[in-house]
Design a protein around this ligand. Structure first.
Ligand SMILES: Cc1ncc(COP(=O)(O)O)c(C=O)c1O
Length: 433
């Protein structure tokens, strides 16, 4: 239950704050005052294991001392000089060059996920051959809420979506296969259809995609999906734009999910795992695209907060720790532990239709009945709220709960978090009887 001091503050802000918060915060109704590592504290002094890592931003946990140190030092020195160079920027570029595939050697820096997706779309439009005026995207993809990004998103935003200039392909949502097929006997037909689509539409300039679809519930593609689609894009001159705002930075067990899935993108967007929760984003690309004279026109990578020195300091400190402490290896180890524990929950609780994931990114899909697979958002909500009451924070969207712990979480604390989730499931199932 939300404590009394928090209720007071929530009532005060409700007098002025526009509605429209995420399901997570609107339902949860907590006022957080502090985060340390993987633990949050609310205004009434209750603590929570944060298995949502902020909003998948806190790869190093909350307030990692080295990131706090870098930000504090930068805050005392310099905040904004438009997009002029600062000393850290060269070092951040060099660090990215070490972490990213060799061919992604050119970078531009922004503030948010949606802003960097827009920048990628501008680059695509700039280099596209005449007549290639449409963008390919996947059903269930999420890319942000600005106009260009919304053009690619056909769910979540409902009647407001601007489907206008985008063409959709099937996502690899095996649990709810739109073609009614089963993997592997399907032969990954969804990919065959996307492939055909790409070959038949000469006006498509790029495919913008999440390698693993995050917001829609951690949809992990089966082997063969990306191989077919990427090959088709290459054959047909369609640029591959991997939106790794959510998956990038190590979350899936490699620096890019694309690395793990064997995709070689032309452009990549990064944000959430990059700067420990400071608003920051990076566009990484092949020099043939980002140094193309039409993409590199004066001002094309500039905005008020692009290249912000604070964001650069936070990103540099974050990535230095990720690299130095070999945290991506740790993601694979902890990810295997999480896989095991969630498989146990899946075998115990019928309301879990499917549990799936990669690295430290997992989705739990709640159903009313395993046979019909009817989504059960009310059960997901009950579990989410029971977990909060027990001291566990997860992330929720519709009938899906997502878990994305910090890379630095102690295994024992992760186990404790899963034990709390099990108790939350027991409570919710009991209450639903
Ligand atoms: C894959 C992906 N792209 C883009 C965005 C948009 O990022 P932002 O909310 O920072 O605008 C998100 C946000 O969740 C995302 O998951």
């Amino acid at each position: 239950m939300t404590g009394p001091r928090q209720l007071d503050w929530l009532a005060r802000e409700a007098a002025h704050l526009a509605p429209g918060a995420s399901e997570e915060s609107a339902l949860g109704r907590r006022v957080f005052v502090e985060g340390r590592g993987a633990v949050l504290t609310d205004l009434d002094g209750n603590q929570y294991i944060d298995l949502a890592a902020g909003t998948l931003t806190q790869s190093l946990g909350h307030c990692h001392p080295e990131v706090v140190g870098a930000l504090t030092e930068q805050a005392a020195r310099l905040w904004n000089v438009h997009d002029s160079a600062t000393a850290d920027r060269a070092e951040l570029c060099e660090l990215l060059a070490r972490l990213l595939p060799e061919e992604l050697d050119t970078y531009a820096f922004f503030s948010t996920g949606a802003e960097v997706v827009e920048a990628a779309l501008r680059a695509v439009q700039a280099v596209a051959e005449p007549g290639r005026n449409r963008i390919g995207a996947l059903r269930h993809g999420f890319h942000g809420k600005t106009q260009g990004a919304r053009m690619l998103v056909h769910w979540d935003i409902g009647h407001q979506s601007l489907a206008g200039n985008s063409i959709l392909g099937y996502s690899p949502y095996c649990y709810r296969c739109p073609l009614g097929l089963e993997y592997p006997s399907c032969g990954v037909r969804c990919a065959t259809l996307v492939r055909r689509h790409i070959a038949e539409k000469p006006n498509v300039s790029a495919l913008v995609f999440e390698p693993v679809l995050g917001a829609a519930g951690v949809i992990v593609p089966p082997p063969g999906y990306w191989e077919q689609i990427a090959e088709s894009c290459r054959e047909n001159g369609v640029l591959l734009v991997a939106d790794e705002v959510l998956t990038g930075g190590g979350r899936t067990g490699t620096f890019l999910a694309s690395d793990r899935l064997g995709i070689e993108p032309d452009l990549v967007t990064l944000s959430k795992g990059l700067a420990s929760g400071f608003p920051f984003a990076a566009l990484a690309g092949r020099s043939a695209v980002l140094r193309h004279p039409d993409a590199a026109r004066a001002g094309s990578t500039a905005s008020t907060y692009s290249n912000n020195p604070l964001g650069i300091a936070a990103a540099k400190a974050t990535l230095e720790v990720v690299a130095r402490d070999r945290l991506i290896g740790q993601v694979r180890v902890l990810g295997a532990l999480l896989d095991d524990r969630l498989a146990e929950l899946h075998s115990r609780f019928e309301v879990l239709g499917e549990v799936r994931g990669i690295g430290l990114l997992h989705g739990l899909e709640f159903v009313r009945d395993r046979a019909t697979r009817e989504p059960a958002p009310e059960i997901a909500r009950a579990v989410y709220l029971a977990a909060l009451d027990l001291g566990l924070r997860a992330s929720i969207g519709g009938h899906i709960i997502r878990l994305a712990p910090p890379f630095t979480i102690e295994p024992a604390l992760l186990e404790e978090g899963i034990a709390l989730l099990a108790r939350a499931l027991e409570r919710a199932v009991e209450a639903a009887r």
